[in-house]
Design a protein around this ligand. Structure first.
Ligand SMILES: [Zn+2]
Ligand SMILES: [Zn+2]
Ligand SMILES: [Zn+2]
Ligand SMILES: [Zn+2]
Ligand SMILES: [Zn+2]
Length: 256
């Protein structure tokens, strides 16, 4: 599948070398990205056809396009942005590069914002990768792995607390690549038990999917965890699989 996409990308990149300002090509590439979503890092490098020629060509094309294209407003910060500073999203909205990078940065820290979306459509990493600093790329890849892992292990060193990917867990022992602390499965479970006791005391619930503690402020008992799991706040069961009442009238009215 990815291999096939590679070929397409290469084809359209080669065709474009015929003309200096080829807006049709740019449009096609954007549409290609919008419809095909993320590609692996290897595949994006195939877009830089043959080294220096392609890069010089891209620079020329960039300057020409900026001069020819009217400015557009960023959906987030309302700044007027030139063509090359523009990130055109699959929903049709336009973000500036800075706002897009900021969104991705936040998404690495807050699972609720992951993956970055606009109008319910995911914003492909490919749309912004060329402008993304290496540290953010790495942080994003790391967050992607963490958020995709359901049964997560975090480093037991309180000063660290980093996520330990499943590949670093051997025989129930998780080795942290940041501080070399080895977290044993039993220690992890003990830590989880302590958190659970605190949660029970406060009436918090644990997400059945990712073990995160979620607190209900007011409203209905339908909880959506940052990991996207939906469950019943009363019994913790997957949403709509239990007989509990779905509303808490007191909480619905909010604090009085
Ligand atoms: Zn902006
Ligand atoms: Zn949108
Ligand atoms: Zn650690
Ligand atoms: Zn969850
Ligand atoms: Zn229930």
């Amino acid at each position: 599948m990815t291999f096939r996409l590679n070929e397409d990308a290469e084809d359209s990149a080669t065709v474009s070398v015929d003309s200096i300002v080829d807006t049709e090509y740019v449009k096609q590439m954007e549409e290609f990205v919008a419809t095909n979503g993320e590609l692996s890092s290897q595949s994006s490098s195939t877009l830089q056809v043959d080294g220096l020629t392609a890069i010089a060509f891209q620079e020329e094309q960039r300057v020409a396009l900026d001069a020819l294209t009217p400015l557009a407003d960023c959906e987030v910060c309302s700044e007027a942005i030139s063509f090359h500073q523009r990130v055109r999203l699959p929903c049709g909205h336009i973000f500036c590069v800075d706002c897009t990078l900021e969104y991705f940065r936040r998404a690495t820290k807050d699972e609720v914002l992951y993956p970055p979306m606009c109008c319910t459509r995911q914003i492909s990493l490919l749309l912004i990768r060329k402008d993304m600093p290496d540290d953010l790329s790495r942080a994003y890849e790391k967050a992607k792995l963490e958020f995709a892992t359901l049964d997560r292990t975090y480093c037991a060193n309180p000063a660290c607390g980093q996520f330990v990917p499943p590949t670093f867990i051997v025989d129930q022992q998780a080795t942290c690549s940041h501080c070399d602390t080895v977290t044993h499965a039993t220690a992890r479970d003990k830590a989880m038990e302590a958190t659970q006791a605190l949660a029970d005391l406060n009436g918090w619930k644990t997400c059945y999917q990712c073990n995160r503690i979620v607190e209900l402020n007011f409203g209905c008992y339908h909880m959506t965890c940052p990991c996207k799991a939906e469950f019943c706040y009363l019994c913790g069961a997957k949403w709509k699989t239990c007989d509990c009442s779905r509303w808490n009238e007191d909480r619905l009215l909010g604090p009085r």
